[in-house]
Ligand binder design. Structure first.
Ligand code: FAD
Length: 383
C-alpha cells in the first residue's frame, strides 16, 4: 500500500478541510444544542461534489477513488459527526448502493438528485424488534399486480425525516431468514409512510433520526433494487463499505480530540507550568495520537483494497471495530486533559465523546464486528 497521497487526493482533502473549518466547525455546538444541523449544508456539500464521490460522473457523481472519499469523510467527522453521518448515509449507504445495484432507470431517477444534494437518502434496515439480527426483519412487501404493498416499521433511521427516498428492506417471499428479503426504493412522501423523529439522543443530536411506520405503502414493482430475494446481499454490500465510512468518521473524531487536547494542554497552566509539561498529561496525549494513527492506517487500508478491487469486508470490520473504540477512548482522554472544562459544551470534547459513542453500536456493534472477523478467521459462524 502506497501511503503517499496523490496530488488529487491532497487537493480534495484540503478542499474538505477548508470547507469543514469555514462552514461546519463554527456552527457545530449551536447545531448540537438546537438538535438540528442547518439543512442548507446538504446543498453546499453537493456543490463541492462531496455527495457524489466514487459515483460515476454520468449519473451526476464526482467520480474519484475510495481513499478520497475516506479523506473527505475524516474531515467532516473532525468538524461534526452529525454532518458526516448525513453524507455517510445519503451517499455511502444509499447512492453508492444504488450505483452498484440499480438498473438504468433507477440510477437516472435518483442519482443526480442525491449527488447534487437536491434529494437526501436514508437506509431502512433496523426494525423495533430486529437490530443485530437484521436477517429476521418482519416488514413485508406483498405483490399486487404491478405493485408491492408494504407494511411494517423501521427504527433509528438516520436522515429519516429529511429523506426523499428510503432504501428499504422488506420480506417478499415465504423463504425464512435472509433469503426472503428484497430491497426497494421507496419515495419518502408515499401515502401510508409516516415518519416520527426520535429526540433525546446522547450524541449526533444535529441529525434527524426517525422511526418509519409503513401501512399499505404502494410502490411499483420497478422500485425493487436488485433481484428479488437478494435484498440482504444488497444490505450487506452497503454496510461493508459503510463500515469504512464510519471508521473514517471515527478517525476524524480522534483527530479532533488530539487537536483539542494539544491546544488546551499548551495553554492551561497548573502547578506553575503548562499541562503539556506534566508527564501524565503527555501520556493521555500520546495515547490519543497512537489511536489516531492506528485507526487511520486501518481505514486507509480498506480504501486501498477497494480501489485495487481486492476483498475488503473483513478489513472493513476490523477498521470499524478498532476506529470506533479508539474514537471513544480518544475523546474520553481528551476530556480528561480538559478537566472540568471538558464537561461543559463551550468546549468541544464532551460532544466528541457523545458523538463517538454510537459508532460502537451502529452498522454492526463491536460484538457483531468481532463475530464477523471471527467467522472469517475460523470459517465457523458463531452468530
Ligand atoms: P441489539 O441487536 O438488540 O443488541 C443489544 C446488545 O446485544 C449489543 O451490545 C449487541 O452487541 C449484543 N448482541 C446482539 N447479538 C449478539 C450476538 N449474537 N453475540 C453477542 N452480542 C450480541 N439502522 C438502520 O437500518 N439505518 C440507519 O440509518 C440507522 N441509524 C442509526 C442511528 C443511530 C443514532 C442509532 C443509535 C442506530 C441506528 N441504526 C440504524 C440502528 C443500528 O444499526 C442498531 O441500533 C444496531 O445494529 C444494534 O441493534 P439494536 O440497537 O437492536 O441492538
Amino acid at each position: 500500500m502506497n501511503l503517499e497521497l496523490s496530488a488529487e487526493q491532497t487537493a480534495v482533502r484540503q478542499l474538505a478541510e477548508d470547507f469543514a473549518d469555514r462552514e461546519i466547525t463554527p456552527h457545530a455546538t449551536a447545531w448540537d444544542r438546537a438538535e438540528q444541523v442547518d439543512r442548507g449544508i446538504v446543498k453546499k456539500l453537493g456543490e463541492l461534489g462531496f455527495l457524489g464521490l466514487t459515483v460515476p460522473e454520468v449519473y451526476g457523481g464526482s467520480g474519484g477513488d475510495h481513499l478520497s472519499y475516506v479523506l473527505v469523510t475524516e474531515e467532516l467527522g473532525r468538524a461534526d459527526s452529525s454532518v458526516r453521518g448525513i453524507v455517510s448515509v445519503s451517499l455511502g449507504l444509499v447512492a453508492k448502493t444504488l450505483a452498484a445495484w440499480g438498473d438504468e432507470d433507477q440510477k437516472r431517477a435518483w442519482l443526480p438528485r442525491l449527488t447534487s444534494g437536491e434529494a437526501v437518502g436514508c437506509f431502512g434496515l433496523t426494525e423495533p424488534g430486529t437490530g443485530s439480527d437484521a436477517a429476521s426483519l418482519a416488514t413485508r412487501a406483498v405483490r399486487d399486480g404491478d405493485e408491492y404493498v408494504i407494511d411494517g416499521a423501521k427504527m433509528f433511521i438516520t436522515n429519516g425525516t429529511w429523506a426523499d427516498v428510503v432504501l428499504l428492506f422488506a420480506r417478499t417471499g415465504g423463504a425464512p431468514g435472509h433469503q426472503g428479503i428484497s430491497a426497494f426504493l421507496v419515495p419518502a412522501d408515499s401515502p401510508g409512510l409516516e415518519r416520527r423523529e426520535i429526540h433525546g439522543k446522547l450524541g449526533l443530536r444535529g441529525q434527524a433520526t426517525a422511526e418509519l411506520v409503513l401501512q399499505g405503502v404502494r410502490v411499483p414493482a420497478t422500485a425493487m433494487l436488485g433481484p428479488e430475494g437478494k435484498g440482504f446481499s444488497v444490505a450487506m454490500s452497503a454496510l461493508a463499505k459503510g463500515r469504512m465510512s464510519v471508521a473514517a468518521g471515527c478517525v476524524g473524531i480522534a483527530q479532533a480530540a488530539l487537536d483539542a487536547a494539544l491546544g488546551y494542554a499548551g495553554e492551561r497552566e497548573q502547578f506553575g507550568k503548562p499541562l503539556a509539561r506534566h508527564q501524565l498529561v503527555q501520556e493521555l496525549i500520546s495515547d490519543i495520537a497512537v489511536d489516531v494513527d492506528a485507526a487511520r492506517l486501518l481505514t486507509w487500508r480498506v480504501a486501498d483494497l477497494i480501489d485495487r478491487g481486492e476483498p475488503f469486508a473483513t478489513a472493513a470490520s476490523k477498521a470499524k471495530l478498532f476506529a470506533s473504540e479508539a474514537a471513544v477512548r480518544a475523546a474520553n482522554n481528551a476530556l480528561q486533559v480538559f478537566g472540568g472544562y471538558g464537561y461543559i459544551d463551550e468546549y468541544p470534547v464532551g460532544k466528541l465523546l457523545r458523538d463517538a459513542r454510537v459508532m460502537t453500536l451502529y452498522e454492526g456493534t463491536s460484538q457483531i464486528q468481532k463475530l464477523v472477523i471471527g467467522r472469517a478467521l475460523t470459517g465457523v459462524s458463531a452468530f
